[in-house]
Design a protein around this ligand. Sequence first.
Ligand SMILES: [Zn+2]
Length: 617
Amino acid sequence: MRIPDSKIEEIRNSSDIVDLVSAYVQLKKRGKNFFGICPFHQEKTPSFAVNEEKQIYHCFGCGAGGDVFKFLMEYKSISFIEAVQEMAEHLGIKIEYDQNISSEAQNEQETYYEINLQAAKYFSENLLKNLGGAYARDYLSGRNITDKTMRIFGIGFALPGWDNFVKFAKENNIDLNNAMTLGLIDKKDNGEFYDKFRNRIIFPIFSTNGRIIAFGGRILDDKEQAAKYLNSPESIIYYKKRSLYGLYHAKDEIRKLNKVILVEGYMDVIALFQGGVKNVVASSGTSLTEEQVQLLSRFSKNVVLLFDADAAGMKASLRSIELLLKQDFEVKIATLPKGEDPDSFINKHGRDEFEEQISKAENFLEYQTTQFKEAGLFDDPTKHAEAIREMVKSAALVVDELKRNLLIKTIAKKFGLREKLIESELIKYLNQVKNQQKKTDNVRGRKNGNGQLSATKENTQERDLIKLLFSGNRNIMEKIINFIQPDEFVNPIYKRLAEIIFDCYDHGIISPASIIEKIEDENLKRFTLGFAISEETISKRWDGFFMNGDSQINLTKYVDDILRKYKMQKIDEQIKIINKQIPETTNEAEVIELMKEIKELQLEKKVLLNDKQNENE
Ligand SMILES: [Zn+2]
């Protein structure tokens, strides 16, 4: 079942984002945008912007953003199709479904979700009903996991043997190549398919919206000659760095308590949840990533890290602290008695004692102090300074200046040092970081043709053109699209955007919200949202057209003006290049050729100027 694209477009164009969002968020008009408190992350001052003209929203705090459908998906944790259906119902638009199942993108994702759902049901039946699953069931009950919890987290079991799932897939008309893409099966050299997950406990990994995007499989017997964990490969529905295990189950509680506990493994999340501690997620499979931190920030910026007390866990926590501080998180670290992990602890001591351990969590300075003390750094005067320097380094990561200064005061007080001394240490370090940053930026800029958006003249003009292409005005778009090619854009980001917009235009898509939804690269999408919604305008003159209800004729004249300037500048650049070549050319015929080229370019310039005069008459 599929909703035709034209219908989706119709629903999008009939809806009003300000109307929709105001049902959930209190909005106030400020400048061109409406602002409110972001529903996707914790904040006190509004940084959540909604733009009526472009029909998009964007949070300058957490980066959430998109169109009406995206808002519903994120806010209500529903799928794209469900969001479209809800919006249609609200608007009283009837949806006709497309009966022929095609393999277009919208469907491709749905197909994958569907296969994973079927697989998860199959694994779960194995565990709960199949005789062969008894052993696995015993294993889990041995770890105090109840049947109810197994159902809540969709825990399952992959039977021993090489083709159990393959058989199931064939019987249920699951496309085997799709199952292979999802990492459920693989193919031998002779073309025969076989199960990837064998004799393993299966943990489905859910998206924030509750869809199954991947699986983690754990062996039952640690002595077995196999990797302890086997995870699904990444696919168009699973991006490892951006998913957190347990977030779907924990998100409401995280929002409610405005606090999240970060642990290491699946079993920790599950055991704590069963024990009544439900605001827990795990970064399983990877060490914490920047993307995961960003995702988390939409739910709460107060995090308690709970890692194993071994050396590896300690190192991981220091790295995680750094990432979290950089994104303005309030970070605390809790430790459990040696030899305990969250799973074993809650089973042995229960919820109250666990909560008590959490309430004793230290802030990262206290934590570091304890670590350094235990390592004996404070007994040795030469190492003492080094330890303090390390702490200043951590404090330097705190983005909020006020908070940072408070930390400096704390460090000074703690070690009986003058505040000024610590402060100068901090400034020294901050400068060092800044210089380092500059250096890497320079290298990067030179190496890959400058991916950054510096404010050169070129970029300003290109930026204005892209802004005009996001105006949603067909005449303006047409003018620009007939005048230049995406290839002409120098800045790679604008060039990529131009390619996308041109392609949309060719398919009759002109509304900014729809164009932005076509951007697949998440970073580019986020950049574009911020860019399209920013208060920065093209010019006073441009704004005037809308304020004064100026005529379409004036508007197009203005666009002609911008395009002409852009072309003239390109011509000037070419002339400059050729002028440089002439003295270096020895062959007289070639020189004449180059002179001719200059003449032609100058003529072209004259034509452009004439056009302008004709228009003004
Ligand atoms: Zn936000």
